[in-house]
Design a protein around this ligand. Structure first.
Ligand SMILES: [Zn+2]
Length: 146
């Protein structure tokens, strides 16, 4: 199902973990407006980068979220966040570009130099920027782009 010009619903629900564990990761009807909103916002992200983006993880049902170690309040479980990468550049370069381009988001996280997490809010985008790093085996979130 095509959500916007460049994004399909399947890109938001696809998960190798869900497939492997036979978890039904389809989006419940009541969360579809959130996923559509996220797709619309991702069109803005794509435009700012001038390159396609590849979603690694979009929607996660609570069961899947638990299995991949996500926090229970994760925006992924509400259909309001995606983890992605892009041929535009490194996660840090992508984050910097989105900030410079004035893209609206609730939370933007440069995750371990491996991917970018971006989350949106239907009504209050807080423009929070964080960098996730491992410290003593634990993930910690530093303010800004580090
Ligand atoms: Zn994420």
């Amino acid at each position: 199902m095509q959500l916007t010009e460049h994004f399909k619903l399947e890109e938001f629900t696809y998960s190798p973990t869900a497939t492997k564990l036979k978890i039904d990761n389809s989006v419940p009807d009541d969360l579809m407006p959130n996923v559509k909103l996220t797709a619309i916002k991702l069109e803005v992200v794509r435009k700012a980068l001038g390159k396609p983006i590849v979603i690694n993880s979009g929607y996660r049902c609570p069961k899947l979220n638990k299995r991949v170690g996500g926090v229970s309040t994760s925006a992924h479980t509400k259909g309001l966040a995606v983890d992605f990468h892009s041929s535009y550049g490194t996660p840090k370069q992508i984050c910097q570009r989105l900030i410079d381009a004035g893209v609206q988001f609730d939370k933007l996280i440069q995750e371990h130099n491996q991917w970018v997490h971006i989350g949106f809010s239907p009504n209050n985008n807080r423009q929070i920027v964080l960098t996730a790093v491992k410290q003593g085996g634990k993930t910690v979130y530093l303010n800004g782009l580090v």
